[in-house]
Design a protein around this ligand. Structure first.
Ligand code: LLP
Length: 421
């Protein structure tokens, strides 16, 4: 579904005109739709209804407490990758028993916090890590339920920076060594291997790599059970892609059917860790045109959002749709524009030679599909304070993170006494 559409000539988020939000909170700002968040979650829950499956929202995609809360209310679990994200998930109302802690480099402090909270599962990625976890668990007098994240050496066919399932990637334990790694871990005090985890990458638009990875996991499950491990859960990771432009990602129902065909008879509880597919198309970034500038060969639209606010185009050459908030006349002519931000880097570019209707100074534009890996990856580079996040629900909207002021930013710095004279 798209919660963002033109109505009476103005792009709305659900029933709220974006121009109204812009007038109240200023630009740029992120805007999310509650209806879209709920619809995307329900699509997962519905597709997996017949399976013993938990949807553990990958909080990294958008960790605003209100977003987490919206999913928590629907019964979601969470996949977290830091002590900070775990605290967000708990603060958002996700019970510890539904939280999975993933990530390649957990510190002992994070392990302690996770075990003290009593979380569902810790996904470990190496022998040194499981040894550390064992020590922490013993010191607390508890047993840590773990999965190893296995690296199945499958090509996810996605952007190299977000592919994680090839053997040259830093993630997981090598598939071929998984058996001995489980054997070693099972001997450690305070450790109980209960699951196998896999996550091969993000923005996958084809089912085949998922299927290949899950078949390898199923084969490993049989081997581990023969070795006497009581494995009762499979964590299948996230990664389902969304439409940014003309992609045709698999339907969630087809994905669920594929999962069932592989895992249906294994007697395992399934965890899913979707991030992008829950929030990506539930959010946009609204920005204002500051200037139009005619270069020698190019026409630039300089907007008030920049790479520090949304880094995906700069980092991954990612495509994001860009549309005017005021609906252009039907059949209006388009011109090629480079849409850029004010940051002092050539990489601060949202789109190159993008066909847009004639742009005007001060007009609002919406950068689409920005709900995932948008606000969470922002920085204050160029001393540009973090921008607000707004959540719409029907005809209401709330600021779920206010704009940070320059004063607040400066107040974080300390000038030592010895520099003050
Ligand atoms: N589980 C694990 C262990 C992960 O590492 C990730 C994402 C997910 C689940 C969620 O994947 P999703 O369903 O969102 O694809 N910043 C990049 C994406 C990085 C993804 C990292 N891991 C981007 O903007 O495209």
């Amino acid at each position: 579904m798209s919660a963002f559409a033109y109505r009476n000539g103005v792009m709305h988020a659900e029933s709220v005109p974006l121009s109204k939000i812009a007038a109240e909170v200023g630009t740029p700002f992120y805007c999310y739709s509650t209806a879209a968040l709920e619809a995307h979650y329900s699509a997962y829950a519905g597709a997996f209804a017949g399976q013993d499956a938990d949807v553990c929202y990958a909080v990294k995609a958008n960790s605003n407490l209100a977003v987490i809360r919206a999913f928590a209310r629907l019964g979601a679990g969470a996949d977290v990758v830091s002590g900070g994200e775990m605290r967000r998930a708990l603060a958002g109302g996700i019970p510890a028993g539904k939280i999975i802690f993933s990530g390649v480099g957990k510190t002992r402090e994070e392990m302690r916090a996770a075990l003290e909270a009593g979380i569902h599962q810790i996904n470990v990625e190496s022998i040194p890590e499981v040894e550390a976890l064992s020590e922490v668990a013993v010191s607390l007098g508890v047993t840590a339920p773990i999965a190893f994240r296995v690296n199945p050496d499958v090509d996810a066919k996605t952007h190299a920076k977000i592919a994680t399932g090839k053997k040259e990637n830093k993630f997981g334990v090598d598939y071929d060594h998984a058996r001995e790694v489980y054997a070693q871990a099972a001997k450690l005090p305070g450790i109980k291997p209960v699951a196998i985890a896999v996550h091969i990458g993000s923005q996958l638009t084809d089912l085949a790599p998922f299927r290949a990875a899950y078949e390898r996991v199923a084969a490993l499950l049989h081997v581990l059970r023969e070795d006497g491990h009581d494995i009762t859960r499979l964590d299948l990771g996230g990664g389902l892609g969304i439409v940014y432009k003309h992609e045709a990602p698999p339907d969630i129902a087809d994905y669920a059917a594929m999962v069932k065909s592989i895992t249906g008879n294994l007697g395992c509880r399934i965890s899913l860790e979707p991030g992008r597919s829950l929030v990506g198309n539930a959010g946009i970034l609204v920005s204002r045109v500051i200037y139009l500038k005619q270069g020698l060969h190019r026409r630039f639209v300089i907007i008030d959002a920049a790479m520090n606010d949304l880094i995906r185009p700069t980092l991954y050459e990612a495509y994001h749709g860009i549309v005017p908030v005021i609906e252009p006349a039907k059949g209006a002519a388009t011109e090629p524009y480079d849409v850029v931000g004010p940051v002092c880097e050539s990489g601060d570019t949202f789109a190159l030679q993008r066909a847009l209707p004639a742009m005007a100074r001060d007009e609002l534009v919406a950068i689409l599909s920005a709900g995932a890996y948008g606000a969470v990856m922002s920085s204050t580079y160029n001393t540009r304070p973090l921008i607000p996040e707004v959540l719409v629900n029907g005809d209401r909207f709330s600021v779920i993170r206010p704009r940070v002021s320059v004063e607040e930013l400066l107040a974080l710095d300390r000038v030592p006494d010895w520099l003050k004279d």
